[in-house]
Design a protein around this ligand. Structure first.
Ligand SMILES: [Cu+2]
Length: 233
């Protein structure tokens, strides 16, 4: 075995040990910081992945720095006499561009998530509460949602509800299977031909929300099965 092969083998063994140790430490830390399902399960699965990543990082660092340290180290590792050449400038530019893109998209995501409210509706305890207003919802007619109010009035791709009042949506379909999602109300219900699915909830905040079909139902117009839910006082 040559000197190089010996060193690489040693680096690999050290990295595997570091990786296994990291996995156990992370597993333990996740156990402390993430309580309950499913966070706990995800964290437990993440530990070996992160351990593997740390092992790969360790072997890379050792391969990178071993030659530097072996050749005296100080020459390459200190900043004395440092000069920025064109190659380094380009490399820095790319690195900064990547950081700007990542920070930018992270900011957009953060603002979006923080600015969105979910679970605005109070869920009902029974399938059809006695005091609830039943609205028939028919998915289909390729491609739209029809809402039929108790007085017989119909509206297409628009639903108006009163705040702090319990509603039951009785959902079915006249053609294929659709799926009604009102994300901000925490409501999702399948629209199945010849079958009524019910979901009951009470909107607790005035505002305009959206709903959409989230079961691909054919054609180019599945995406048109959407509209606004208006909650009025
Ligand atoms: Cu649909």
């Amino acid at each position: 075995m040559t000197h190089g092969a010996r060193m690489v083998t040693m680096f690999l063994i050290i990295s595997v040990v570091i990786g296994i140790a990291a996995t156990f430490i992370l597993y333990h830390l996740f156990g402390i910081f993430f309580g309950g399902d499913p966070g706990q399960q995800v964290a437990v699965f993440a530990a070996p992945f992160m351990g593997t990543g740390i092992a790969c990082g360790a072997v890379t660092l050792m391969l990178l720095y071993y030659p530097v340290v072996k050749k005296g180290g100080s020459r390459s590792l200190t900043w004395g006499g440092f000069q920025m050449n064109d190659k380094l400038k380009k490399e820095l530019m790319w690195a900064i561009a990547v950081v700007v893109v990542l920070v930018g998209s992270a900011t957009v995501n953060y603002v979006y998530v923080v600015g969105h409210e979910y679970d605005i509706a109070r869920p009902a305890n029974s399938p059809i509460p006695p005091n609830s207003t039943v609205i028939q919802v028919i998915g289909g007619a390729q491609w739209s949602w029809t809402f039929v109010y108790p007085n017989g009035t119909k509206s297409v791709d628009a639903l108006t509800l009163q705040v702090n009042h319990t509603y039951t949506l009785m959902v079915s379909s006249q053609d294929v299977i659709h799926d009604l999602l009102i994300p901000q109300m925490g409501v999702q219900v399948y629209a199945v031909p010849g079958h009524n699915n019910t979901v009951s909830f009470e909107p607790t905040k005035v505002g305009t929300y959206y709903f959409e079909c989230v079961e691909y139902c054919g054609g180019e117009d599945h995406y048109l099965m959407r509209g606004f839910l208006t909650v009025v006082s």
